[in-house]
Structures are given as structure tokens and as C-alpha cells.
Design a protein around this ligand. Structure first.
Ligand code: SF4
Length: 322
């Protein structure tokens, strides 16, 4: 569990804002702004934050579905950021993605068999017979039956469609799965089933996960470590238990206070986050959270807090010194 599978350093993605008659660049949205982290083999790293914090952009950058403005992504000692298209195609066998909306990611005109076979065809894996056998095997792995292979996406419920999305991601035997809000669109009762399935297949296939979510409650039981993003920056990262028991950053504390506790005897004060999320096109100076932080000091308004390492608990906030 200690070996690193992925290392991200200084990752940035700035989208230009253009306008006017000549479509000139007027500014930029810093969707991901200097993000660094690593993922160990076999672990699940949760990445959490409000919509617009850059978590999904980070996921897409890791797959190189979009190009980074700066930074390095190293997967199994190979730098993904500088790879040619053909090298990248090979590596995509090892890194797969599960999307929030399985309906949008599954071609409605194709049968489940065709959908699941496609990644094998793209990567030139197996004969026709072997591919069909694999489709049926994988349907069983995700809790569906072989007769489902002939059906079409609209004939399934949301939870079943996400199972098909997971099966599709598994077809090429990947090492890393980036799951972008995989249960957000599902009913709460179905969420737990899909999360349990993901946990089971992680063990069975020795998978490593990056699990992106907007809710700290969802990632708690699946993540070994959790990182919290705010306006394109990673502001806190720690072992899951440590982060939930001892959150340090005021933003994480506020997010956690909003997560319901199943035990009615435990009372927790809810800390409301003041104000609206500022625009990533015009983030506040200094600490990007200072406009909403109840503990804001003068230095927070002018100076961006460096990331501190407090015995493996990383936090970027002026309240903490190493
Ligand atoms: Fe609040 Fe300052 Fe810490 Fe930012 S650096 S979270 S404004 S205390």
C-alpha cells in the first residue's frame, strides 16, 4: 500500500476569458491553481469541494482529456503531461473514468454488449468470442446478468446504468479509476449499493481510486485519505479519519458541520459559511477563503497561505505553523 501510483505536482489549468470585437483575451479563470498530491497503489483518495472548485477539472486533467496549463502528472514513473498521443492511448488502458451521469456517457443507440466491448476494440484486446465472454463476466461482477447484454441504456434504472458505467471502466483491467461524482445523481438508497460495489471490486481487482464528490459525507467510508479543494486550490489533505475527527481548515470545518450525523444523541453545531462562492475568474487576494472565513486575520487578506505539513496532515491556512 505504500508504493506511489500517481504523483501530481504544481498542476494548473487556466481557461482564457475572451470578448470584444477581436475576441481578445480579457482575463482567465484559474480552475486549477497549483495543485499537488500523490496517490498510493490500492488506496482511495477522495477529492471534495463545492461545484466550481476545480475538482472535476483536476480529474479531466489527469486523464489528459484537457491539457494542463502547467504542472506535471507522473503515473507509474511516466510523465503523462509530455506523452505523445500514441503513448497516451496505451496509458488510457490503465486509467479509466466513471462519470456522474451514466446516461450521458453511455451511447443510447448501442446495446450494453456493444458499449462494454468498445474499450476492448479500441485497445485491440481479445478475439470477438473472448470479448463477448468478458462482457458477460463483467456484467456479473457489477451485479447484472448476462441477458442484460442485449438491452439498451434506457431499459435500465439509474443505479443499473451506473453499474454498466463501472463495468465499462473495468473492461481494460485498469490500475486507476477516476470516479467523478459517481453517485451524486442517484437516490440515497442506491448510493450505498453502488459505493459498496465499488469497494468490493476495488479489493477484487486491486484498484486505486480517485473519488471526486461535493459532499464530505459520501467520500467518508470509501476514502483512505481526503483532500478538500476551494477555488482551484487544495486547502487541506489528510488521512480520512484524521480529517473527519480533527479538521483544521475553517472551510473544512464548516463543510463537515453540515454533514448529518446518524446518531441523534450526538449534537454538533452547524457553522454556516458566510456569503457566496467568489468567481474563480476573480478570486479574492491572499487566502481565497478570506471573504467567507469567520477567523479571517489581516494577513489572510494579502498573503496566500503556504501549505503546511503537520505530521502528514496538510493544511493551507495562516492559523497553522509547521
Ligand atoms: Fe481563514 Fe485566514 Fe485561514 Fe484563510 S488563512 S482560512 S482566511 S484563517
Amino acid at each position: 500500500m505504500s508504493e506511489q501510483l500517481l504523483e501530481v505536482s504544481g498542476l494548473k489549468k487556466y481557461f482564457p476569458i475572451t470578448g470584444g470585437v477581436f475576441d481578445r483575451k480579457k482575463g482567465e479563470v484559474k480552475a486549477v491553481d497549483d495543485v499537488s498530491f500523490y496517490v498510493k497503489k490500492g488506496e482511495t483518495l477522495g477529492i471534495v469541494g463545492e461545484s466550481g472548485c476545480g475538482k472535476s477539472t483536476t480529474g479531466r486533467l489527469l486523464m489528459r482529456l484537457i491539457e494542463a496549463s502547467e504542472g506535471k502528472i507522473v503515473f507509474e514513473d511516466k510523465d503523462i503531461t509530455s506523452m505523445s498521443k500514441s503513448e497516451l492511448r496505451k496509458i488510457r488502458r490503465d486509467i479509466q473514468m466513471v462519470f456522474q451521469d451514466p446516461y450521458a456517457s453511455l451511447n443510447p443507440r448501442h446495446s450494453v454488449e456493444k458499449i462494454l466491448e468498445e474499450p476492448l476494440i479500441v485497445h485491440g484486446i481479445g478475439t470477438k468470442e473472448e470479448r463477448k465472454k468478458k462482457v458477460r463476466e463483467m456484467l456479473k461482477v457489477v451485479g447484472l446478468s448476462s441477458y442484460h447484454a442485449k438491452r439498451y441504456p434506457h431499459q435500465f434504472s439509474g443505479g443499473q446504468r451506473q453499474r454498466i458505467g463501472i463495468a465499462k471502466a473495468l473492461m481494460t483491467k485498469p490500475k486507476l479509476i477516476i470516479a467523478d461524482e459517481p453517485v451524486s445523481a442517484l437516490d440515497v438508497s442506491i448510493q450505498a449499493q453502488v459505493l459498496n460495489l465499488m469497494k468490493d471490486i476495488q479489493k477484487e481487482f486491486q484498484l486505486t481510486y480517485i473519488f471526486i464528490a461535493h459532499d464530505l459525507g459520501v467520500v467518508r467510508h470509501i476514502s483512505d485519505r481526503v483532500g478538500v479543494m476551494y477555488l482551484g486550490r487544495l486547502i487541506e489533505l489528510a488521512d480520512s479519519e484524521e480529517l473527519y475527527e480533527n479538521p483544521k481548515h475553517p472551510y473544512t470545518q464548516a463543510l463537515l458541520s453540515a454533514v448529518p450525523i446518524p446518531d441523534p444523541d450526538i449534537k454538533r453545531e452547524t457553522t454556516l459559511i458566510q456569503g457566496e462562492l467568489p468567481s474563480p475568474a476573480n478570486p479574492p487576494s491572499g487566502c481565497a477563503f478570506h471573504t467567507r472565513c469567520s477567523q479571517c486575520m489581516d494577513i489572510c487578506k494579502t498573503t496566500r497561505p503556504e501549505e503546511r505539513n503537520l505530521n502528514g496532515h496538510y493544511v493551507a491556512c495562516h492559523l497553522f505553523k509547521e
